[in-house]
Design a protein around this ligand. Structure first.
Ligand code: NDP
Length: 340
């Protein structure tokens, strides 16, 4: 839609800016905007354009953007290396807590609605029913604490901002699905032997970045049409729940590695710098009341594997019934990069 065009609400096209445009979610957001006829991309910021932790540059950078400023900015950038955060506390807080707060201030001053993305890791992870937005937070890791501090910084600066928590994201980029496929392909080629070992005592919900992006864009549209953007805390994830073992089994089955064996193991089988939550399912009741529902993670996985987001070279050529098997290095690094 052209800059001066007006949509059916009479409010004009919705312009959005994306921070963290090279990440899994950021890429899906940019793509979603470019593919939608009623949305306009004001900017897609990657680290090359602006380091989000370079606070002095924020105002000047925003004002130097060509064309009108956006109505909504979505922050998909974060320091997401969960284990590395334990030893890089200062960097984690600068990027996950201070930067979102600074961006919230600069955006509020320009009357831009801010949507900031956070994580299930803000919760203690020992619950037995899905966590609601107003449940007590109690992060157990530096990553979780820094993200919680970011939530507080954003909403403390701009009470009209929206903080969206999500979980177990997979999309274009390095993630748990890619790690499992990599392990599977190495077993198929004979490079590794023995069953994969995957933890079966941590429950949560995988979320396809493309689905999350569409939900965030739909939420922005609703706010644009009504003139009243959602604010506060909101949980968004695909429907359903599983364990990492259940997720890995589904990945192998859908990618043509149904014959590969996986051994379910306890969390204690792997040592990680940062603790992982045993239970981190998020309740999406508020999102549903706002009119946002997301499909099941199982359906999303099928679509992801069929899409260009998936690592085509790692999919089995033998989709229905592959052959092969192998051994089991720790899946520690896979979980640390994906369980955020
Ligand atoms: P990614 O790690 O894929 O992307 C994060 C992006 O942020 C990267 O492109 C990274 O750039 C960028 N970034 C980091 N530091 C800076 C900086 N100082 N300046 C500019 N850019 C920077 O994250 P996801 O897409 O997976 O996650 C999106 C959001 O969802 C994050 O807020 C995350 O905390 C949250 N989340 C993610 C989960 C997951 O499982 N992945 C689970 C729950 C929540 P570079 O690559 O150059 O470092």
């Amino acid at each position: 839609m052209s800059e001066n065009a007006t949509d059916k609400t009479g409010r004009g096209a919705l312009r959005l800016g994306i921070l963290g445009a090279a990440g899994q979610l950021g890429r899906c957001l940019v793509r979603g905007i470019e593919e939608a006829s009623d949305l306009e991309l004001a900017f897609a910021a990657t680290r090359d354009e602006i380091d989000l932790g370079d606070f002095e540059r924020i105002g000047e950078w925003l004002d130097s953007q060509v064309g009108a400023l956006p109505e909504v900015v979505i922050n998909a950038a974060a320091y997401t290396k969960v284990d590395a955060c334990e030893s890089e506390k200062e960097l984690a807080y600068r990027m996950n807590a201070m930067a979102p707060g600074e961006w919230a201030r600069h955006l509020m001053e320009r009357n831009i609605h801010f949507i900031h993305v956070s994580t299930d890791y803000v919760f203690p992870g020992d619950g037995s029913r899905p966590y609601r937005e107003d449940d007590e937070t109690e992060p157990k890791t530096v990553y979780g604490s820094s993200k919680r501090a970011g939530e507080i910084a954003v909403l403390g600066t701009d009470p009209n901002a929206l903080v969206v928590r999500t979980s177990w994201v997979f999309g274009p980029g390095r993630n748990f699905v890619v790690a499992i496929l990599d392990q599977a392909a190495k077993r198929r080629s004979g490079e590794l032997e023995g069953p994969l070992r995957v933890v079966d005592d941590q429950s949560g919900t995988p979320t396809y970045a493309a689905d999350l992006a569409l939900a965030l864009l739909e939420l922005s549209r609703l706010g644009h049409a009504s003139g009243d953007h959602a604010r506060g805390l909101l949980h968004l994830r695909n429907a359903g729940e599983t364990t990492w073992f259940g997720f890995a089994r589904a990945i192998l089955d859908d990618a043509g590695y149904g014959d590969l064996e996986i051994e379910p193991v306890a969390t204690s089988a792997f040592k990680t710098a940062a603790a992982r939550p045993a239970y981190s399912v998020l309740s999406c009741e508020r999102a549903e009341r706002l009119g946002i529902t997301m499909r099941s993670w199982r359906e999303s996985l099928v679509d992801y594997l069929a899409s260009s987001d998936a690592p085509r070279e790692l999919l089995s050529s033998n989709h229905a019934n592959g052959v092969g098997s192998g051994d089991a290095p720790s899946l520690e690094s896979q979980r640390s990069e994906s369980a955020r």
